[in-house]
Design a protein around this ligand. Structure first.
Ligand code: IPD
Ligand code: CA
Ligand code: CA
Length: 267
C-alpha cells in the first residue's frame, strides 16, 4: 500500500486497526484448541467463547484509550456507538466462533471503520495463516504487501462460490436452502466455511468468485465489503442495490458474475 497517498487520519486509524487485529489474533492463536468457556446466545447453535469476549475487550479498551471520541459497535456489546469524531469502528472480535469452538481452523478478527457513515478502513486478520487483509478507501485492498484483485471468471459454471446459514436455521423457513440448491446446480463448486469476513476477503483475493449470505450483522461485513470493493469486486443486496447498514443480505462477486449470481438469488 502506498502510504504516502493516504490521509494522516486514515493512516492513524489503519495502523491502530492493524495492531489490534494482530494482538487479538495472537490471543486466538494461543487459545486455539485449548480449554475455554463456551456459551450460547440467540439459539442453541449460536455460540460465544471467552476468547471472543477477551478479544473484544482488548480491542474496545485500546480504541477508547487512543481515540475516545470515536464510536464503537462491537458484536459482544462493548463500546459506545455514538461518535463525536465522525469515525465509527465496527468490530467482530472473532468471526467464525463455531469453527473456533470446534478446532476447525478458519476464523479471524474483523475491524471495519467508517468515517461520516462511509466505509473508510478495513482490516481482517486470519491468525492461523498469518494473513492480514486490509484496505483503505481509494488505496486498494492488500494481503500483506500484495495488492488484491478479484478473479476474472465470467462463467458461473467455472465459479467457486461460498455462502452461510443463519443461526435461526433450525426454526426459520427462510433458511437459504433454495438459493443454495440453485447455485449448487450451476456453479463449479460451493463452500460453507463459517467466516463471513474471510469469505469476503477470499472474493477480493480471487480465491472465491462470489459469496452471498442473508441475516448477517454489521460486524460480519463492515470490513469485508470495503476489501471486496477495493479489489474491484461488487457488493450489493439481493436486488442489486446498496448493502443495508444492518449487513443483512449481501451478495459479493468479482463483478463479472454479479448478474448471474443475483439471478440465482430469486426463489
Ligand atoms: C458468523 C460467521 C458465519 C456466518 C454467520 C455469522 P460469528 O459469525 O460469519 O460464517 O454464516 O452468519 O454470524 O458468529 O462466528 O461471529
Ligand atoms: Ca461474525
Ligand atoms: Ca463473532
Amino acid at each position: 500500500m502506498n502510504r504516502s497517498r493516504i490521509e494522516p487520519q486514515e493512516l492513524e486509524v489503519l495502523d491502530l486497526a492493524l495492531d489490534l487485529a494482530s494482538r487479538a489474533g495472537a490471543i486466538q492463536r494461543a487459545r486455539y484448541e485449548t480449554d475455554f468457556d463456551v456459551r450460547t446466545k440467540s439459539a442453541s447453535i449460536d455460540l460465544v467463547t471467552e476468547v471472543d469476549r477477551e478479544c473484544e475487550a482488548l480491542i474496545v479498551e485500546a480504541i477508547q484509550n487512543a481515540r475516545p471520541d470515536d464510536g464503537i459497535l462491537a458484536e459482544e456489546g462493548g463500546g459506545h456507538d455514538a461518535s463525536a469524531s465522525g469515525w465509527r469502528w465496527i468490530i467482530d472480535p472473532l468471526d467464525g466462533t463455531t469453527n473456533f469452538a470446534h478446532g476447525f481452523p478458519r476464523f479471524c478478527v474483523s475491524i471495519g471503520v467508517e468515517f461520516q457513515g462511509e466505509r473508510a478502513v478495513a482490516v481482517v486478520y486470519d491468525p492461523l495463516l498469518d494473513e492480514m487483509f486490509h484496505a483503505v478507501r481509494g488505496a486498494g485492498a492488500w494481503l500483506g504487501s500484495r495488492q488484491l484483485s478479484v478473479s476474472d471468471t465470467r462463467d458461473l459454471g467455472q465459479a467457486l462460490v461460498a455462502t452461510g446459514f443463519a443461526y435461526d436455521v433450525h426454526e426459520s423457513l427462510d433458511d437459504n436452502l433454495a438459493r443454495f440448491a440453485q447455485v449448487l446446480k450451476a456453479a463449479r463448486g460451493i463452500r460453507r466455511d463459517g467466516s463471513a469476513a474471510l469469505d469476503l476477503c477470499y472474493v477480493a483475493a480471487g480465491r472465491l468468485d462470489a459469496y452471498w449470505e442473508f441475516k448477517l450483522h454489521p460486524w460480519d461485513v463492515a470490513a469485508g465489503c470495503l476489501i471486496v470493493e477495493e479489489a474491484a469486486g461488487r457488493v450489493t443486496n439481493a436486488a442489486g442495490g446498496p448493502v443495508p447498514p444492518s449487513g443483512d443480505e449481501i451478495v459479493a462477486s468479482n463483478a463479472h458474475l454479479h448478474a448471474a449470481i443475483l439471478d440465482r438469488m430469486k426463489t
